[in-house]
Design a protein around this ligand. Structure first.
Ligand code: NAD
Length: 379
C-alpha cells in the first residue's frame, strides 16, 4: 500500500507543477485574431469517425458554394486533413497523431466531424487533446427556440476542470480510484471575459454563472469569485449565481427558461447542460458549436460520432444541421457575417418555415445529402 501512496504523491506533485506552468503561460496570452483583412485563410476540414465524414461532406459542399469566389481567387483554401480516425489514432497510440496535429496547426480554423473516444483504456479524447494543444478555451454553443422566446448562448470553459486531468487519475487496484479537477485564475478570467464581452456586444442583460460552488468549494468557488470580479466591469449586465442542479431543472421549466440569455460554466457542467439545451431545441443533431482560442478556432457539431447509427446502417440519415450551424459560426468568425447570415436564413427556411425535406435521423426521414441539396437550392 505504501508504494501506491508514494507513487500517487509523486504523480500529484508532477500534475501540480505542470498546471502551474500552464497557468503562468495563460497570463501572457495573445489577443484574439481578426480575420477582416486576412489575405489567405486556410479552413482545415476533418471528417472524424462514424457519421462525421457523412455530415462534414455536406457542410463542405455548402462552404464551396458560399465561398466560391474566395476559393477561386485563393483568398480562402479548404484543406482536407486526413488521419484523425479512430483506427489511425489507435495504431499510433496517440489521441492526435503528430503529423495530423502538425497539419492542423498549418490551418487557421477547422471544421471538424465528431471523433470516437473508446471507454476506458488510456487513449485520450481527440477533442480534449485538440482543445488543449490549440488552446481553444471557449466553447460557445447557441440554442434557440423562437416560438418559445428561447435565445440562449452558452460559454463553456473548454480546457480545464475535470477534462484537463481526466486521463491522469490514480488507482489503488481493488480499493479506490481518484480523478482530479483544476480551475485556474487566468483560465477562468479569460472565459468570463469572453462571455461578458459577448453579452455587451449583443445587448444581453442577463448572465447566469452556473457552478456547484457549495460543494466544490475550491475549484467552483474560485470560478464564481473570478466571474464576479470580471462582472464588475460590466455593470449593465445582471450576473446571477446558479447551481448546476437547479439550472438543469430550470431549462425544462417553461415558466422561467426564456428569461436566461447568456450562460457561463466550467467545463463538465457546460458539456452536460448544453446537450440538455440542444435536446430542447430539437435534438443534438440540430446544434453547432465553436471552440475558440486566440490563435486557432474549431467548429463542430455538439454531438458525437453516433456509432449505433452506423451499426444500424442509418448513417446516411444523420442530421447535417448541427455541422451546418457550426459552419455558419465559422463564417462569422472569419469576418464573413453576411455569408453566415445567408446560411442561417436558409437553415431557418428549410427547418422551420418550409420543412419540405425533413431529416429525422432515421430511415423515415430524408438523408443528409437530400436535405443539403434542398438547402443549396435555397441559398
Ligand atoms: P452521440 O452524440 O454520438 O449520439 C447520441 C444520440 O444522438 C444517438 O442516438 C445518435 O444516433 C444521435 N445523433 C447524434 N448525432 C446525430 C445527428 N447528426 N443526427 C441524428 N441523430 C444524431 O453520443 P454518444 O453515443 O454518447 O457518443 C458516441 C461517440 O462520440 C463516443 O465515442 C464519444 O466519446 C464521441 N463524442 C465525440 C464528440 C466530438 O468529437 N465532439 C462529442 C461527443 C461525443
Amino acid at each position: 500500500m505504501e508504494e501506491y501512496i508514494k507513487a500517487a504523491a509523486e504523480q500529484f506533485e508532477k500534475l501540480l507543477r505542470e498546471q502551474l506552468v500552464r497557468q503562468e503561460a495563460m497570463e501572457h496570452g495573445a489577443a484574439a485574431r481578426d480575420f477582416a483583412g486576412a489575405e489567405h485563410i486556410v479552413i482545415g476540414v476533418v471528417g472524424g469517425d462514424g457519421i462525421g465524414p457523412i455530415i462534414v461532406r455536406e457542410a463542405r459542399r455548402v462552404l464551396e458554394k458560399l465561398l466560391s469566389e474566395e476559393l477561386a481567387s485563393g483568398r480562402v483554401e479548404l484543406r482536407e486533413i486526413e488521419g484523425l480516425t479512430l483506427e489511425n489514432r489507435l495504431a499510433c497510440g496517440k489521441a492526435v497523431p503528430e503529423d495530423v496535429l502538425a497539419a492542423i496547426k498549418g490551418c487557421d480554423v477547422l471544421l471538424k466531424g465528431p471523433t470516437t473516444t473508446p471507454k476506458g483504456g488510456t487513449l485520450e479524447s481527440a477533442n480534449v487533446t485538440l482543445r488543449r494543444e490549440l488552446d481553444l478555451y471557449a466553447n460557445v454553443r447557441p440554442v434557440t427556440v423562437p416560438e418559445e422566446g428561447i435565445d440562449w448562448i452558452f460559454f463553456r470553459e473548454n480546457t480545464e476542470g475535470e477534462y484537463a486531468l481526466g486521463s491522469r487519475g490514480i488507482e489503488v487496484p481493488g480499493k479506490l480510484t481518484m480523478d482530479f479537477k483544476v480551475t485556474t485564475d487566468a483560465g477562468t478570467r479569460r472565459i468570463a471575459r469572453a462571455a461578458f464581452e459577448y453579452a455587451r456586444a449583443n445587448g444581453k442583460k442577463n448572465l447566469a454563472i452556473v457552478t456547484k460552488a457549495n460543494i466544490m468549494k475550491k475549484t467552483d468557488g474560485m470560478f464564481t469569485r473570478i466571474a464576479h470580479e470580471v462582472a464588475a466591469d460590466y455593470p449593465e449586465i445582471e450576473a446571477e449565481d446558479w447551481y448546476i442542479d437547479i439550472m438543469t431543472a430550470n431549462l425544462v421549466n417553461s415558466a422561467v427558461r426564456s428569461k436566461f440569455q447568456v450562460f457561463l460554466l466550467p467545463n463538465l457542467y457546460g458539456d452536460i447542460l448544453t446537450d440538455e439545451a440542444a435536446q430542447i431545441q430539437g435534438g443534438v443533431g440540430t446544434a453547432g458549436s465553436a471552440n475558440l482560442g486566440a490563435r486557432y478556432a474549431m467548429f463542430e457539431a455538439i454531438h458525437g460520432s453516433a456509432p449505433r447509427k452506423i451499426e444500424a446502417g442509418e448513417g446516411a440519415y444523420a442530421n447535417p444541421a448541427s455541422i451546418l450551424k457550426a459552419a455558419a459560426m465559422l463564417l462569422r468568425h472569419i469576418a464573413m457575417p453576411e455569408k453566415a447570415e445567408q446560411l442561417e436564413a436558409a437553415l431557418r427556411l428549410c427547418m422551420e418555415e418550409e420543412r419540405r425535406v425533413v431529416v429525422t435521423g432515421h430511415r423515415d426521414g430524408a438523408t443528409a445529402q437530400a436535405f443539403t441539396d434542398y438547402l443549396l437550392e435555397k441559398l
